[in-house]
Each structure stands twice: as C-alpha cells, then as structure tokens.
Design a protein around this ligand. Structure first.
Ligand code: NAD
Length: 483
C-alpha cells in the first residue's frame, strides 16, 4: 500500500496524471500539515473518465457479466477493503481529522455497502404484467449507464460506497469526484478495485476542485445519473446543470437541521447523552446531526445540565489520540462555525457551554472548536434555521406535543429526526407527523445501510440505502410479446 504522498486520478483501471499535470495539497486538519498531494482533475479529465466508463458500460464488460459474477467481484472488493482497513482508516483520519475509532466505523460501513449490494446483484427481479393470455408483458430493471457521484468530505468513504455499490450491483459504471479536502481514501479504494480484478473503466475517481471537476461532471452529457451530497447552494447548481442535459436520474442529499425531541416520558439521561454525542461524532459535521434539541419546558434545566456535564469532560485531540472529538475539516469550516456562534450571541441566545476556538499549545495549528450549547433559542434564529455543520447545539422548549411537532417541522430542511419517549403511542403518532424522511425512536444508532435514507423539502430528494437505491439507479423497460 502506498503511503499518503502523491495520488493520481484513477481512470480506465489506471493511475494517471491529470491532463494539466497539476497537483494540490491535502491537509491534516488536526495540525495543518500536508498529508499528501493529489492530481488536480479538470474538465478534460472528467471527459476521459466518462469516456472510460462509457466504454466499460457499452462493451458489456460489466453489465454483460452474469449478475452473480458482478456480485462476487463486489464481495471481493469488500473483503479487500476489510483487509486494508488499518491503512484506510488512518488515511481517512489524516485527511478528515476524525478520530481513528470513527474512521474504523466508516471503513466498516464501506465494507458493508459492497457486501450488501454485492448480495443484491443477482436478486434484482423484474415483473410480469397480466394483460391477457395472448400477451406476455414483462418489466425489466436495467442499469442507467454511467452514473456520476459528487462526494462531500464529512463521510467520504461511506457516501462513495452507499452510492457506488448499488450502481455497480445493477450494472452501471461510475465516475466519482471526491471532495477536495478528502480525496485520498477514495482513490485508494478505486486502486483496490483494480487489484481485485474490476474491469477497467467500471469505477473511475477524479480528484479535483468542485468548480472545475465537480461542475464538469454535473454538466456532462455522457452521464445518465447523478448523485450529489453537499450544501443546498451547490446542490442547486448541480441540479441546474442536470436540467440542461435532462439527466434522467438525479439524487440530492443536502443536509439537515435535525430535531431531537425529548418528551417527559423519555429516558432523560440517554436522551441528553444522544444530544451531546450527536455534536461530538464527526465534530457535528453530519447531515443527520441532531443540532436542534427540543425539550419539554419542565425538563430544560435538567437536560441542559446533563448535556453540559457530558461536554465538560470531552477530550479534544488529533486523530491519533483516542480523543472524543477531533477538529473541523478545514479553516473554512472553522470560520463558518465560529461565525455562527457569533450570530447566536448577536441573536440573543444564551451561551451555556463552549463557544471558542481551541488554540492552546499545538491545538492552535489545527481547526479545533469547543463543543457549544445555546439555550434561550427561538424558532427563526439563524442558529436553528441554518445548517452550521459543527459541534453546536441549540436547545428550545415546548409545552405540548403539537407544539413540539410544529417547531420540528418549521424548518426548510427535512432529513431526519429523533424522538425520545417511552410512550409508544406517542412515539408512533409523532413519527408519522414529522416532515422528514427518517425518524429514530429512542436512539440506538438510527441508520442502517439496509434502509433508505434521503431528504424531503430542501434536504433534497432521492434515497440512498436498501432496495430503494437499486430502484433509484435503474430504469424500467416494458416488453410486450404478442404470443
Ligand atoms: P459543497 O456542497 O460545496 O461541496 C460538496 C461537493 O460538491 C464537493 O465534492 C465539492 O467539490 C463539490 N462541488 C463544489 N462546487 C461544485 C460545483 N459548482 N459543481 C459541482 N460540484 C461542486 O460543500 P462545502 O463547501 O464543502 O461545505 C459547505 C457546507 O455544505 C457545509 O458547511 C455544510 O453545511 C454543507 N455540507 C453538507 C454535507 C451533507 O452531508 N449534506 C456535506 C458537506 C457539506
């Protein structure tokens, strides 16, 4: 395995330089030092990658395989990723800053995605439509062709795998553009796909900047599907580009401002812990981060205190220190989070924990911020209306169940929500009324790759995970046979 030094593009089964010959640096967010260089792919490189993916698709070198053969290769890749997990987890932590423990979780999810969808490859059945005894009418689920994936930096491997694995299972070929902050681990997986025998051109990965490589991929006339995960603003640009080409399938996952609703019948200690840990995990840089805590007014003091107590003992640190929370991913993200903290103060929210950049000693070289909690937060304040994407919680209160639902739904986002109550009738009643695509009741992790996940409202559309992903990345063909 290569050390984290110079990485090239992975196109047509080979490591190649970008056509312009340029490289850019990938930075360790914990210390600001360079981890390695990666090739700066641009529009010409996206052309090369889409061409290679086309060739691989239309030569039948992938879709033409027997479905179980595709599945078997995907399982081999899963096994290979698992055997290289130490290196991959380290590389992911180096480029993203997350604690090694969390990178191992993410590598495991990546393995699971290739296993799970490898298993689907030979189980994608069509349907027979009953028309008459003189007609055999049947429906086939076929691949789209080449699918583009634009990946963010918060869960680079997970989001790559959850989109790419279902595409491959059904016979599509792919071009992925990882985020500029975190391209290395994805390039490494692409290389491993070559080692286990994936045909050239089935998986292509082009590192580069969003405005160059990302925009070129979104606007490419040669792609038949596009999966994007990132900010609303970039999502709009990507969607506009897709409209120009009438790209038939677009999936947008644009983050959230997910509510954690704690009712009086909750296990209060566990619910408070869920809130605190939600901003610690991945330093709050998760689309499903429970950054709006809604508590019954009578419980405000107790829950705020419990969250503060947990956060008071948090150990910050670089990826290799077994810290509870790592740095933010970049200088830009650090500035964004600090700016939102200032916005919260200006809006009149009460800062009850954290709120500052951590700069003592070697922390000053990285992008560390204290886990931060605001109370006296009201609907309409920017800190609970906008996605901060950092370790910042806003705690709000409600008096009735109806009010809790109203506050929870009063967001332009609609990704996920978490409800805590031991009253099962209440749990299901509330879950049914929440304007989101995914509800967790009483914690426990909340997300399985075997189940669909995606957005409603401005959190986007399309579903990743489970059978729904297979449907998303396939197209329906109807065949009428006159008997
Ligand atoms: P972004 O949306 O700009 O970047 C996400 C991906 O899109 C990256 O691969 C990037 O290179 C690419 N990209 C950027 N501009 C593009 C363009 N014009 N055309 C095509 N692709 C393009 O997000 P960001 O700037 O990295 O982060 C800003 C904010 O976005 C974050 O603070 C957070 O709120 C949100 N975000 C959300 C998620 C999520 O999981 N939903 C992930 C990352 C960021």
């Amino acid at each position: 395995m290569k050390p984290a030094e110079n990485y090239k593009l992975w196109i047509d089964g080979q490591e190649i330089d970008a056509e312009g010959g340029e490289y850019f640096a990938v930075i360790d967010p914990g210390c600001g030092e360079q981890v390695g260089l990666t090739a700066r792919g641009k529009s010409a490189d996206i052309d090369r990658a889409v061409f290679a993916a086309h060739k691989a698709f239309y030569s039948q070198g992938w879709y033409g395989l027997k479905p179980y053969e595709r599945g078997r290769l995907m399982l081999k890749l899963a096994e290979k990723i698992n055997s290289e997990r130490d290196h991959l987890a380290k590389l992911l932590s180096l480029e993203n800053g997350k604690p090694l423990r969390e990178s191992y979780d993410e590598v495991e999810t990546t393995v699971r995605n290739f296993e799970y969808y490898g298993g689907w490859a030979d189980k994608v059945h069509g349907r027979v439509v009953p028309i008459s005894n003189e007609v055999l009418d049947y429906i086939r689920l076929e691949p789209l062709g080449v699918v583009g994936h634009i990946i963010p930096w918060n869960y680079p491997l997970d989001i790559f795998a959850r989109g790419v694995a279902p595409c491959l299972a059904i016979g599509n070929t792919v071009v992925a553009k990882p985020a500029e902050e975190t391209p290395l681990s994805t390039l490494e997986i692409a290389r491993l796909s070559g080692e286990v025998g994936f045909p050239a051109g089935v998986i292509n990965v082009v590192s580069g900047y969003g405005k160059e490589a990302g925009a070129a991929l979104a606007a490419h006339v040669g792609i038949q599907g596009l999966a994007f995960c990132g900010s609303i603003e970039t999502g709009k640009q990507v969607l506009r580009a897709a409209v120009e080409n009438i790209t038939p399938i677009v999936s947008l996952e644009l983050g959230g401002k997910s509510p954690l609703i704690i009712f009086p019948a909750a296990d209060v200690e566990k619910a408070a812990s869920a809130g605190a840990h939600s901003i610690l995990y991945n330093t709050g840089q998760s689309c499903g981060c429970l950054s709006r805590v809604l508590v019954h007014a009578d419980m405000l003091e107790n829950i705020t205190q419990q969250i503060k107590d947990i956060l008071a003992h948090v150990r910050l640190g670089t990826w290799d220190t077994d810290a509870d929370m790592g740095p933010l991913v970049s200088q830009g993200q650090l500035e964004r989070v600090l700016n939102y903290i200032q916005v919260g103060l200006n809006e009149g929210a009460k800062l009850v924990s954290g709120g500052r950049r951590v700069e003592s000693g070697s922390f000053g070289r990285g992008f560390f911020v204290e886990p931060t909690v605001f109370t006296d937060v009201l609907p309409g304040m920017r800190i609970v209306d906008e996605e901060i994407f950092g370790p910042v919680l806003g705690i709000m209160t409600f008096e009735t169940e109806a009010e809790a639902i109203q506050i929870a739904n009063g967001s332009k986002y609609g990704l996920s929500a978490e409800v805590w109550t031991r009253d099962l009738s209440q749990a299901h009643r509330v879950a049914a009324q929440l304007d989101v695509s995914h509800v967790t009741i009483n914690g426990g992790g909340g997300f399985g790759i075997e189940a669909p996940f995606g957005g409603v409202k401005q959190s986007g559309f399309g579903r990743e995970g489970g059978w729904e992903s297979i449907l998303q990345y396939s197209r329906v063909k109807n065949i009428w046979v006159n008997l």
